[in-house]
Design a protein around this ligand. Structure first.
Ligand code: ADP
Length: 317
């Protein structure tokens, strides 16, 4: 075999219009509070991840579906203008997916999603030809699980690294876990996945505290896991690393003044995809992603807040 190694990234999943209202504090159930700003922005976990990876230099193809409506056009324009190949994004005869987001003064958010066109994406839309140049396939759980499994299978068959962001959390079939080379979860998703016995260590915990978590993931067939911890950074659990000391790597947080953490996890995931496709180790990819996601949290919105590789390198110093 000759030729350059594959470097493409195929992202399969959701595109949503983010309807965001900014408020001092989030309302309690039954309560009405005043907002102090409203914006409609392109979003959806997969669109965000695709844009994040593309802005960081990845060659990204997005597979998904939007409606024949202005939100759909906005999403195609925003992803395409970030350099993403959108020729495989379908236009369905239902409304584009939306996410209704509230963000409080501390940058904390709450989100409700209506899947719309994302729900029309089927396994048949996941064409193997799209994966021929894939080094990394990036998946989340905002489209039907059968479609996610089909994409994982296509990525696996193409020899790509399958990166599964288990978000928003749902139970997944064993088959999907088996096809996933790297699992990416926040602390909440990690404890839901492992079950009630799982204690996710706090920010200051050392490698010893993470060892049982690594081992529980490995027992479930997940050898390589990234756990994000919000402002506290992240942890790489790599059961395939040779020495025990390399199996758990703590990635220190990047200290920033967060304005809006919406989509920070997607920036992290897209950045991991971009760096894995470029040939980085998992720990190096996570360290880079930590800076990219922190930068994303310093600006309002999601895709427009995502940094370039040069901006990440500048902050890394
Ligand atoms: P999610 O948004 O999926 O819940 P996290 O909250 O764990 O995920 O955030 C994902 C990543 O984004 C973190 O691991 C971290 O690198 C970065 N991040 C999130 N919030 C902040 C913050 N306030 N300051 C710095 N980095 C942050």
């Amino acid at each position: 075999m000759s030729g350059a190694p594959k470097a493409g990234i195929v992202v399969v999943g959701s595109l949503n219009a983010d309807l965001t209202i900014y408020t001092d504090r989030l309302p309690k159930p039954g309560e009405t509070v005043h907002g102090n700003g409203f914006a409609v922005n392109p979003g959806g976990k997969s669109a965000n991840q695709a844009v994040a990876a593309s802005k960081l230099g990845g060659q990204v193809t997005l597979i998904g579906a939007v409606g024949e409506d202005p939100n759909g056009t906005m999403l195609l324009d925003s992803t395409a203008s970030a350099g993403v190949d959108v020729s495989r994004v379908l236009r369905a005869d239902v409304a584009t997916g939306v996410a209704v987001i509230s963000v409080d003064a501390s940058g904390e958010n709450s989100i409700i999603i209506s899947a719309g066109a994302n729900g029309t994406l089927t396994p048949a839309d996941v064409e193997p030809a799209a994966f021929s140049d894939a080094a990394v396939v990036c998946l989340c759980l905002e489209v039907g699980i059968d479609t996610v499994v089909a994409a994982a299978q296509a990525g696996h068959d193409a020899g790509a690294t399958v990166l599964l962001n288990l978000s928003p959390y749902a139970e997944v079939p064993e088959e999907l876990a088996g096809l996933s080379d790297v699992l990416l979860v926040n602390a909440h998703e990690a404890s839901l996945f492992l079950g009630s016995e799982a204690d996710i260590p706090d920010a200051e915990a050392g490698a010893g505290a993470w060892e049982p978590v690594r081992s529980q993931f490995a027992d479930r067939g997940l050898q390589r896991v990234l756990v994000t911890l919000g402002a506290q950074g992240s942890v790489v659990l790599d059961s395939l690393a040779h020495g025990a000391e390399d199996q758990i790597t703590r990635i220190a947080p990047t200290r920033v003044t967060a304005v809006d953490t919406t989509g920070a996890g997607d920036a992290f995931t897209g950045a991991v995809a971009a760096r894995l496709a470029a040939g980085d180790s998992l720990a190096h990819a996570a360290a880079f992603a930590s800076v990219a996601a922190a930068l994303a949290a310093t600006k309002k919105g999601t895709q427009a807040a995502y940094p370039s590789a040069a901006e990440v390198e500048e902050l890394r110093g």
